[in-house]
Design a protein around this ligand. Sequence first.
Ligand SMILES: [Zn+2]
Length: 287
Amino acid sequence: MKPTPQYPAPQDAQERKAIEPVVCYPIDTLPAFDSSIYAQAKASMALVDSVLVAPRDAETFHVPAGHFFRVTCPEGPQVGDLNLWNAHDFNERFFSGKTRALHGTHVSTGDRLWSNLPHMRPMATITDDTLDWYGWDEFGGSVHDVIGTRCDPYTGVVLSGNEYHYCCHSNLTRALSKSQGISLEEAEPHVHDVLNVFMCTGFMPDTKQYFMKASPVRKGDYLEMFAEIDLLGGLSACPGGDCSAEHTSDAAQCYPLGVEIYKPKDGTLKDWSSPGTNSYSRNHGAS
Ligand SMILES: [Zn+2]
């Protein structure tokens, strides 16, 4: 939001404002998404594990590198908050900000989910999205955003003074604590900004504030990803349900979410190799 200007526009204001933008991070130098690399593996893959995430709760799950996983909508419209960690080093985790800078505000098939600095490499590649038909709506909204952070109790206290304990941040903290056998205090700093699976969001035309609207997701929809490295995932079934009205409360109708993990047949990923960590020297100009 911008306040009412306190300074007069300079004479060349229009000229300055008329300059055309350029993309900050053109991605033409990245390896293009090649669906044929994954197609043969997908044709032979078998379900090896599945997890059901209860409403207003979260679960963790493991996905070995070279496996696929789907976040599914098994019952009714429900959005999910997804965290990803390197299964062997929780300091490497999903970097929603850089993923947004590279691929845009909302992701779909062909986009990669990047890890934080100094690791910065693709953790997962989106290989299928049954909501890709949605595109952009008349409000500038779309699905699967990397804009939002995750609903959390701290913002709830700031805005309303009320404590609510089943926000995605808390759900993910409880789930990580339980699955790793660590305290809530140890788990909480590992919870990070999410991929908002199925959530329909955008920016208000006037104030540019983050908006949400009822998700178009329905029973049977899924977002499919390919694990580029060994992953630990965390998925919270948001207390906002389909996020048509409010979150950070028990008001919304909520449904479970599913996670399905698929193993391709050996030898079907010949043209794929797991990416190494970022090769930057980490000199930072010191010598
Ligand atoms: Zn949430």
